[in-house]
Unconditional design. Structure first.
Length: 602
């Protein structure tokens, strides 16, 4: 007997067996999340409504249409089922905040590769969190014994657990992560990755669902292609939260008795500014006991963050296992500059053919200076099955590589060109003889600034300091001044007093000299301070703290320094006109940089 069930939005039939003689046919259907009780008003909690919808539509294949809106979730978990597709409209967002954590559980009531659910697709989904005083807000996909799971065109934004992952793939297979963006990692366990390829074991699970069965089966057939792993940045461009470590795993259970991770493809992805991992045995991409691995066609870029010790680390910890078919090809490493090597192959205590069928070819390295070895190992990289070569290094100055997130770009309204302003006649200047017997000039970085004091209108602007040859007072309408901030690139001491050369906007080429008394500088509190710290981020390096009244000179960036660890000798607290405080450290080499360069208070 066959029973047809009429459902909204029928597009086909799914036939499910019930008994040996009976089959029930369920219609494929599409449902609207808002019609099912979910609310996208950026304030209503949707945990119960989401679970109720999943429980209601648990037969046949269902497509959940998520309309535009912000759907807020609280801490807890939701349990998914097989044969479900989520399609998100543009500007449809799942959001979590206030340090809460939501787990998407893929149940596995039975052991084995068929013990879990199958055919789950997330298309165009956005999972958005934040990192505030309440803590890191988290979304995590806990995938156990599942198969045929796809994330396509999704955004995982600032929502990775500090002690875990965005996507846990545990004892699962046929998992595709495509065309998606992963941002932000504030890890208390630095080695955790956005996508963990792991085993069916309780210790591996981000969320342990009651009733699940575990058997230590490895995940396999994982395809991570054309994704971006990006930092969360401040308006200044500096890194607020590192990019997630993209992919990897760190454990083997029961010495791989149930099998080892295999068939993993990490291809055509872009990774920008992950957290530097400097300890021995750590790396941005780390796999332990794996075969049939492809890391190919990726771009690994550092812009605002210094390099890790190793970038890719493959480790064989099992004496009885031969890691085979390891491919690292056609990748670009741009300003990565690791402190140890780009790729390290670690055979552990395995002496008899620990790794074979290794191909590391066609990679391109762009760096400011020769330093780290590209490939290194603790066993001989010889034999017909080891092919290492055609990896090209280019020495080039540091340049910023623009990486635009994979999301629609809003249209920009182009304003019509204004008529060019009429040029005012040039001011006639008097010719004068120099009366200063002594003049000393001190240049500084031209982005430093100060504020005009409240009585600034009583001061005059000069083309040169008073007493210099051909000095003149310049005509200037103070009433048209909109901003009291001025930019400084030079100071002078002369018989006529102390002076600064200023501009009224950062990009202006028109410069004036003004007396020191017209300017109010940042306040500085400099203290003795001793501590040994390690540089982690790319920040400018100065001769003095930025905005020091004596003017700092730029001496490159922390990436240019020969060492990563320095003794700190002084600490300076700089307070600007708005009361905002910034901390600078003076290193034992005499140079100053932001405390944030040492990853303090990240």
């Amino acid at each position: 007997m066959a029973v047809g069930v009429a459902l909204l939005g029928v597009v086909g039939l799914t036939t499910l067996p019930t008994t040996a003689t009976e089959t029930v046919a369920y219609a494929d259907t599409t449902v609207n999340a808002k019609h099912q009780g979910m609310v996208g008003d950026a304030k209503t909690i949707n945990n119960d409504a989401f679970q109720h919808m999943l429980d209601k539509w648990d037969h046949g294949h269902v497509t959940v249409h998520v309309p535009k809106g912000t759907y807020v979730f609280d801490s807890g978990h939701v349990v998914l089922h097989s044969n479900i597709t989520f399609k998100f409209d543009k500007d449809a967002v799942f959001r979590i905040t206030d340090g809460n954590r939501l787990n998407f559980a893929y149940p596995s009531p039975s052991a084995g590769y068929d013990g879990g659910i199958s055919d789950v697709t997330w298309k165009g989904a956005t999972f958005q969190g934040d990192n505030t005083e309440d803590g890191q807000s988290v979304f995590v996909q806990s995938i156990h014994h599942a198969k045929n799971v796809t994330f396509d065109g999704c955004v995982f934004d600032n929502a990775e657990s500090p002690t875990g992952h965005y996507i846990d793939i545990d004892g699962s297979h046929n998992i595709d992560v495509l065309n998606s963006v992963f941002t932000g990692f504030n890890g208390s366990k630095d080695y955790k990755e956005a996508i963990q390829v792991d085993y069916s074991n309780k210790k591996a699970m981000s969320y342990k669902l009651a009733g699940d069965k575990y058997d230590n089966l490895p995940s396999y057939d994982v395809n991570v292609d054309s994704n971006q792993f990006l930092p969360v940045t401040r308006e200044s461009g500096q890194v607020q939260s590192y990019a997630p470590n993209p992919i990897g795993e760190h454990s083997i259970y029961k010495h791989g008795a149930a099998g080892i991770i295999h068939d993993v493809h990490f291809t055509n992805n872009t990774v920008v500014d992950p957290k530097p991992l400097l300890d021995d045995g750590s790396a941005t991409i780390h796999f332990k006991g794996i075969s049939d691995l492809w890391i190919s066609g990726n771009k690994f870029i550092n812009q605002r963050v210094l390099g890790s010790g190793n970038y890719i680390y493959l480790y064989n910890s099992e004496p009885s296992y031969d890691m085979k078919n390891l491919n690292i090809t056609d990748n670009e490493f741009i300003n990565v500059n690791p402190t140890k090597q780009y790729i390290y192959l670690d055979a552990g205590k395995t002496d008899d053919n620990p790794m074979s069928d290794i191909t590391i070819k066609g990679n391109k390295i762009t760096t400011q200076k020769n330093g780290a070895t590209f490939v290194s190992s603790n066993f001989a990289l010889t034999g017909s099955k080891i092919k290492i070569g055609d990896n090209k290094t280019t020495i080039a100055p540091f340049t910023t590589t623009t990486v635009t997130p994979q999301k629609p770009i809003s249209e920009t309204t182009v304003k019509p060109n204004k008529k060019p302003a009429k040029k005012k006649p040039a001011q006639k200047l008097k010719k004068r003889k120099q009366t200063n017997k002594e003049e000393k000039y001190y240049a500084g970085l031209d982005t430093q600034n100060a504020q005009l004091k409240s009585n600034y209108k009583k001061y005059s602007l000069y083309n040169h300091i008073r007493g210099h040859k051909n000095w003149n007072i310049m005509k200037f309408d103070w009433k048209k001044l909109k901003n009291k901030r001025v930019y400084i690139d030079m100071r002078a001491q002369a018989d006529t007093g102390k002076w600064y050369r200023i501009r009224f906007s950062k990009k202006s080429t028109t410069k004036y000299w003004i007396r020191t008394g017209a300017l109010e500088f940042n306040k500085f509190d400099v203290q003795d301070y001793e501590n040994e710290l390690t540089l982690m981020k790319v920040y400018p390096v100065y001769t003095r703290p930025f905005n020091d009244p004596l003017l700092a000179k730029l001496k490159g960036t922390t990436a240019d320094l020969p060492k990563r660890t320095y003794m700190i000798t002084n600490r300076a607290y700089r307070t600007d006109a708005n009361g905002h405080q910034t901390v600078y450290y003076r290193m034992s080499n005499g140079l100053w940089t932001r405390a944030s360069a040492f990853d303090l208070g990240n």
